[in-house]
Ligand binder design. Structure first.
Ligand code: PLP
Length: 360
């Protein structure tokens, strides 16, 4: 068996220990004589899996009792519509546009009401997080929306925007469980799990109970109404059962590693290794303003497209895969999620040093 260092932005690297457990339980999940893939979602065994997954996530994130945890399908992108359909009571929302994913959410919401772009960093190719301490929040806004970690551009909100009392909604797809968060500051925290938690095909929505009214925009499908899933414990229809099971294993792995404080420490340590190198390198340079740098997604360039391509090819041959930057930005991007070991980042930096010497 040979494993590569996978720097993909998502679907992404998973903890090896979790992969091994999945393999061990594949043919016979704990004496059931079948895998979790083949199991009824109404069985007691699966009920235990989903209950434990929810409880472990609640423990990890310290989720207050007045928040529901929903395991939904449709990925993070489905939330771009589901959020306005469920939350736009006044038909107004404010969006902070810091990258492609925030922009997609902003554009989708326009189908459902009056949507204001109250801040943006598009003027500098989304390479920074704008000052959000005193924005022009609309008096009748139903919510203020952010994408907290911008996967493509590698920026992260270090302080949450001052929403002036309005409900904050955050897409945390690419920073989910990477550090502790104060859930009570948000109305909704949601993220696709395929980056920092599990396989693709599921989104976790952590939503304050008073936002689950069932009073949704006319025409909202039953499946896109939060209340449907909240009332049914995420089992209104057949859920992505195997994905819930894998996520549950990752939650247990995170707990065994010391929880989110420890993940933060590790993630800061790993990111520092890479950023320190980028800051001193004569060939490679980071593309993000230092104060806005993400701990999870690190974009960088050489400044020469051909050299970028050469680097990506040679890195792949050396076992460092998925380093090509997003198709809209070019260059390189190393995603260093929770499951990427420190040794992977150290090895990448050593490889970059060697490449720099050879291509000086
Ligand atoms: C921040 C962010 N939001 C949303 C998405 C879209 O997620 P999905 O493919 O699950 O719809 C992605 C990535 O793919 C992302 O990085």
């Amino acid at each position: 068996m040979s494993r590569v260092y996978n720097f993909s932005a998502g679907p992404a690297v998973l903890p090896e220990q979790v992969l091994k457990e999945l393999a061990e339980e594949m043919m016979d999940y704990r004496g059931c004589g079948m895998s979790v893939m083949e199991m009824s979602h109404r069985s007691p065994e699966f009920q235990q899996i989903i209950d434990e997954a929810e409880q472990d996530l609640r423990d990890l994130m310290n989720i207050p009792d007045n928040y529901k945890v929903l395991f939904l399908q449709g990925g993070a992108s489905q939330q771009f519509a589901m959020i306005p359909m469920n939350l736009m009571k006044n038909g107004v929302a404010d969006y902070i546009v810091t990258g492609q994913w925030a922009k997609k959410a902003y554009q989708e919401a326009q189908k459902y009401g009056k949507v204001n772009k109250i801040a943006s960093s598009e003027d500098k190719t989304f390479s920074y997080i704008p000052d959000c301490s005193n924005l022009d929040i609309s008096p009748d806004a139903d919510y203020v929306y952010i994408c907290e970690n911008n996967t493509i551009y590698g920026t992260k909100f270090k302080t949450l925007p001052n929403t002036k009392g309005k409900t904050l909604v955050a897409d945390v797809s690419s920073c989910f469980l990477s550090e502790p968060v104060d859930v009570s500051k948000y109305g909704i925290i949601y993220g696709g799990v395929q980056k920092n938690i599990g396989p693709a095909g599921m989104v976790i929505v952590i939503i304050r109970e008073d936002l689950i009214t069932g009073d949704v925009l006319p025409g909202t499908p039953t499946m896109l109404t939060y209340k449907t899933h909240a009332d049914a414990g995420s089992l209104y229809n057949t859920p992505n059962a195997y994905c819930i099971y894998v996520c549950g294993k990752v939650f247990k792995w995170l707990k065994s590693m010391g929880g989110l404080e420890e993940m933060k420490r590790r993630n800061e340590e790993k990111a520092k290794i890479l950023y320190d190198f980028l800051d001193e390198s004569k060939l490679f340079k980071g593309t993000v303003e230092p104060e806005s740098r993400s701990l999870m997604n690190v974009p960088f360039v050489t400044g020469d497209k051909d050299l970028d391509a050469k680097f990506v090819t040679e890195a792949k041959a050396a076992g460092f895969v998925n380093l090509k930057g997003h198709r809209t930005v070019g260059g390189m991007r190393a995603s260093i999620y929770n499951a990427m070991p420190k040794e992977g980042v150290e090895a990448l930096v050593a490889f970059m040093k060697k490449f720099e010497e050879e291509n000086a």
